[in-house]
Design a protein around this ligand. Sequence first.
Ligand code: HAM
Length: 410
Amino acid sequence: MKDILPQDAPYWNAVRMAVDDLARGTGFQRIEPPILEAASLFTRSVGQETDIVDKEMYTFIDKGGDKVALRPELTAAIARAYLEHGMLSWPQPVKLFYLGPFFRHDRPQAGRYRQFWQFGFEVLGDGHPVIDAQLIYDGVTLYRTFNVPVIVHINSIGDAACRPGYLKQLTEYFRSRRHSLCEDCKKRLLKNPLRIFDCKVPDCHLVAQDAPQIVDHLCEPCKDHFVRVLEYLGELDVPYTLNPRIVRGLDYYTRTAFEFVEEGTDDGPAQTALGGGGRYDGLIEQLGGPDTPACGWAAGVERMLLAAGDRPVAAPLVDLYLAVDGGEAARLRAFRIGAEARRAGLAAQAELAGRSLKGQLKQASRLSARYVAIVDDTGQVRLKDMDAAEQQDIADIDVVAQVLRGRGLR
Ligand code: HAM
């Protein structure tokens, strides 16, 4: 678990702003479920035998004797909330997004933490393939905002009609090569052979390469769905690659499964996804609701920032920095203009601690203030536009309007 320090904050703000902008532009509404949920929610939906639940979930018994879990992901909680709050009777589909902390007792390494942040987008109540494509397109666009080019690795893992038959064949295949599998995969073979595709051990990876692929065993409706998703992606020029190894480590997925992988890092078994998701048409029914299709994806904030490096350009933190170059009267005026600026929605800081003018200007530049106003004893304000490298002397009362006007041009 790690601290997000003040110097990281501009990047985190940039992510928050990009996620908010995407949500606003595409009609998603924010949902903020609790950090703690009943542990059984994840056991039932993500799956008892998955790494997330079996190895990584933080659980404890609370004072009332209930077994609770720090949320390792949010799709299950969103399905729960959808049922609990009667969202079935809202106009469908219901489009929800989130951004917050998550917990998995993973082995820490670069891009893998025990507390990490995710944002995600979920569409509930619509089974049309265009939804899958739209969600994927939105993801690619968001990564592009951060100058992180991604390739979408996509697969279909079928549904309750076609998956069982395929699993039988897959089990037979892996059983015949059992001796080459690692100890974990031998267990996976008994519980869920699909997960062997996830294994990063080179020998298992080799065996999995020649395994029967589910795309060759899809039933007609699943095949049709998949082909149409790919057609829509092609229509929007989304860069994708068919990857039969994308099975996703969570039990609730049906049909489309996908991951966002940074361009240039997407070969070899050790690739780590920047984000991922898929369809979960059976989850709401499994939690006791009616048959309701749904699809979504989530991405790790730390991983995205790691991939982006210093590329996301942080917006200026301070619109207006008020420097005082005079006595108490000037200080009071700066104090007043600062309050007025904040009332107008500007980020304004006034220097009131008595630093020298030189020190104040240095501080303004450290903060990358867009405007600097020097308030002195002349009764006027010298307003410096730091972007345009221009300055003018104006009355106190005009400062805020001038900054608002200038900010619109940035
Ligand atoms: P997931 O693939 O388990 O999917 O996690 C999504 C993303 O969260 C990963 O691609 C990664 O960027 C980030 N992530 C996961 N674990 C860690 C970690 N220990 N440290 C840092 N980042 C991590 C889900 O959680 C699904 N709920 C996604 C989804 C939404 N499916 C449908 N809707």
